[in-house]
Design a protein around this ligand. Structure first.
Ligand SMILES: NC(=O)C1=CN([C@@H]2O[C@H](COP(=O)(O)OP(=O)(O)OC[C@H]3O[C@@H](n4cnc5c(N)ncnc54)[C@H](O)[C@@H]3O)[C@@H](O)[C@H]2O)[C@@H](O)CC1
Ligand SMILES: [K+]
Length: 514
């Protein structure tokens, strides 16, 4: 599990060490971690260190100090080093060390941003050490001009020091312009802002470097399940199970207009481990569903027993909407878990049970919040994903899974998971219906066995109030892995994602036996 902390939490954990006069030691550890990361990045490209060039963009705070000390280390190891001081002044000790190691220094001013950008862009590495966790807002003035010009010139390798300057370490909000990094070296721990959009999109790979305050960190603000975690909690049928104990999922999806959504979600649920899938919808849709998944059962009347529900993909028309309304009321009364997507989000009661999983995209999340009289647009949600997903979980009382390049899952208890296994090719029609099917299958399976104190989530140390959010994170992770496997770098259809799901399960099961 990767744990991420807000910049504020990390600064608080550092404070006792700073008070004890350990600040310089922390900075040296950070600088060595950063310098080593630059060396490894160059070596991974088969580049020699000696004679390669690096420029550090250094702000006036400790982030700039880390960058300058790291550049001094690199200069001593034979790199040609340049520093651009973006605020006129810089950390005195670090600047002294950089000068003593033979680095060249330029001071950014009103008139030289473009000229410096051209000078720097050809370097082998650019280190962005302008702003770190002490930033308020983003870059302005000549520093912003420099970043805009540099971004256009596409520098070869950008390594961000702690966070890309302009990304809010607490929230992942981005104050443009930001230089997109290939690698972010995060000191002490990964910052929450590097695991939430849009911040994650600027950070590249994130490498945490311990600097000695890690034991003082509080509970994480965000967590990401690793492949190993997902493998460990994946439902694994024992010898004595049968289809009913494996978990039966009821699905209310599709309509005359959107038949594909029903077909995809039913098929995805069937391949994602549900013992049985019962489909509720019009006969014409059911025919297509069964053609694709003959294992599913069409329920024209009162459905047989189910353990969990999926409602919403492709839902349209009064008949299907009424069915979904009835099912929601029955699920609520029976205490059954439900995955609520797309059209069914509009049917939710004001407060939902904590084991319901809502799966909006940014626009649907804005609408959901609007019902609680929080007036926000899709763009607002996209620019502050972590904030709004938390708020939606708080307002609805349910687990809220916000779809995106990074999927955030907020529990009403306050815990947040972040998964990012997918790829941009997955933003294709029907992809969300497949996610719904996978989540539904997991909900049905975990409802039967999985949430107890002797279940797999408890064994991973996941608290009872966070387990349904963790289950949704498992679903997001499997969906992302299946999409990336199906894509292999190229375009794909939602059906390709479905076909890749069993392979992902097999690989995870193998992982478990290793
Ligand atoms: N606190 C510590 O002891 C340690 C901090 N470390 C580094 O120090 C960083 C935090 O350092 P600081 O607290 O000095 O803050 P930063 O280095 O993040 O920089 C903020 C500095 O720029 C100014 N500033 C804030 N917002 C600005 C904006 N939008 N535009 C221009 N200037 C702005 C501030 O007045 C401050 O002087 C961390 O990210 C990390 O890189 C590491 O060296 C490890 C130890
Ligand atoms: K930075």
């Amino acid at each position: 599990m990767i744990s991420a902390f807000t910049g504020t939490q990390i600064r608080a954990a550092e404070q006792p060490l700073l008070d004890a006069g350990e600040g310089a030691v922390l900075m040296q550890r950070a600088a060595h971690g950063l310098a080593n990361a630059v060396v490894n990045e160059l070596r991974s490209e088969g580049r020699r260190l000696y004679g390669s060039s690096v420029t550090v963009l250094a702000g006036k705070g400790n982030n700039g100090g880390d960058g300058l000390f790291a550049a001094a280390i690199l200069a001593r190891r034979g790199m040609r080093t340049t520093a651009v001081l973006t605020a006129g002044s810089a950390h005195p000790g670090a600047l002294g060390a950089f000068g003593a190691a033979g680095g060249r220094i330029h001071v950014l001013d009103e008139n030289n941003a473009e000229e410096l950008a051209v000078l720097i862009a050809g370097d082998d590495v650019v280190i962005d050490a302008i702003l770190g966790t002490g930033a308020r807002g983003g870059l302005g003035g000549p520093a912003a001009e420099l970043i805009v010009a540099l971004q256009e010139l596409k520098p070869k390798v950008v390594v961000a020091c702690d966070v890309p300057s302009g990304v809010d370490a607490d929230t992942g909000e981005v104050h443009w312009p930001v230089l997109t990094a290939r690698l972010t070296v995060a000191f002490g721990a990964v910052k929450a802002g590097l695991m939430a959009d849009p911040g994650e999109g600027c950070a590249g790979r994130v490498l945490p470097v311990p600097i000695g305050m890690e034991d003082s960190l509080p509970l994480p603000a965000l967590r990401r399940l690793s492949v190993r975690d997902v493998a460990a909690v994946l439902p694994n049928p024992g010898r004595r199970v049968h289809k009913y104990t494996r978990g039966v999922l009821g699905i209310v999806a599709g309509s005359e207009r959107y038949t594909g959504a029903a077909a995809l979600s039913v098929e995805a649920a069937s391949v994602a481990g549900a013992g049985m899938v019962r489909y509720l919808g019009p006969e014409t849709v059911a025919r297509q569903v069964l053609e694709r998944t003959p294992e599913a059962i069409w329920e024209p009347g009162e459905p047989g027993r189910v353990q969990a529900w999926l409602l919403g993909p492709g839902l349209n028309g009064t008949e299907q909407l009424q069915r979904a309304r009835d099912v929601l009321a029955a699920a609520s009364a029976a205490g059954q878990p439900a995955v609520v997507d797309a059209g069914a989000l509009e049917l939710l009661p004001e407060r939902c049970p904590p084991h319901w999983i809502l799966t909006p995209h940014a626009g649907e999340l804005a609408a959901l919040l609007g019902r609680g009289e929080v007036c926000v647009t899709r763009e607002d949600v996209e620019s502050r994903t972590l904030h709004f997903v938390r708020l939606a979980a708080e307002h609805t009382g349910a687990v809220v899974l916000l779809k995106g390049a990074t999927t955030l899952i907020a529990s009403p208890s306050g815990a947040v998971f972040s998964q990012s296994e997918g790829c941009p090719w997955m933003s294709t029609a029907g992809s969300g219906d497949v996610l719904g099917g996978i989540l539904g299958a997991l909900a049905a399976t975990y409802a039967e066995s999985g949430m107890d104190d002797d279940g797999p989530f408890a064994a991973q140390g996941i608290e009872p109030a966070e387990r349904w959010a963790a289950a949704a994170a498992v679903g997001a992770s499997i969906h992302g892995m299946a999409g990336s496997a199906a894509s292999a770098g190229g375009p794909l259809t939602a059906s390709d994602i479905v076909r890749a799901v069993p392979g992902v399960y097999r690989a995870l099961m193998e992982h478990r036996t290793r």
